[in-house]
Design a protein around this ligand. Sequence first.
Ligand code: ZN
Ligand code: ZN
Length: 325
Amino acid sequence: MKAAVLDKFKEPLAVKKVSDPELTSDGIILKLKATGVCRSDWHAWEGEWNGFIPPLPHILGHEMSGTVEEVGKDIKNFKKGDRVIVPFTQGDGTCPHCLAGYSNVCNHQVMPGFTYNGGFAQYTHIPNADRNLMKLPEGVDFLEASAMGCRFMTAFHGVTSIGKVAPGEWVAIFGAEGVGLSATQIATAIGANVIAVDIADDKLEFAKKVGAVATVNSIKENAPEAIKELTHGGAQVGIDALGIQATMLNSVLCLDKRGRHVQIGMTSFGDGGMMDIPLNEVVSREIQFSGHLACRSLNTQACCRWWKRNAFNRGNSVNYSYLTL
Ligand SMILES: [Zn+2]
Ligand SMILES: [Zn+2]
């Protein structure tokens, strides 16, 4: 088959012929229709993201959708031709976290494009498919689905499971790109009031189009002060969709007492995962500071239903790029 292969970190991918993926008894061979290109691919391509360094040579790509080409002998839920979406964090289905519904933090978690070959190819193999793969409902096309498997589901988990956003709450979202814009749509659909924060006016304008009731350009304004003024005291939820010191700090500092900070973005190599947290603010104002990782497999169907019900469309994915081979 044809694939875009990463032979060396920070070097261009090479499109070439490689061996077809091998089928295991609990897996399926996926014929890819579209694979999104994500900031996480860039982190993997750099080879410097602590804990997420793929073995070389490697096929990147974790935002996948396609049709089932072949099924392993133990597969019960899928057959050739099924339209499917692939959640990008996958669990074994048996550890305590999977049993609690949190396959995203499985004790034996795997990720296409990181721990096994991903979707920048004509075909890939999905292990443990009965537990992780999801059928794609009619009315959601492959391009939309490949955007959903990572950024939209990640935002869904952050807004619902971790942030527990409720109608009427103020939600400040830092970073108006893939995850941030998805979070804006989801929080808006819940009935919350979203304030989008970014340093680019065109992205903030787009955030308004997908539901933000207010925007703050954090270069032109002091974001925490502006948000406290807009909300008459502070937001109930802050979401850092980027993962740099400034956005994390602004998210914590813009919150009202008992506010919830959701950290979606991970740091780049330079920060090595370490950042300064205003601990006295967190303690004295009873701020909840929650980490967040990717998406739960069981959220996939919920995301598809939301996508259809709320008429989310490709406009969600500003700057959305995808690859087919
Ligand atoms: Zn992604
Ligand atoms: Zn597990």
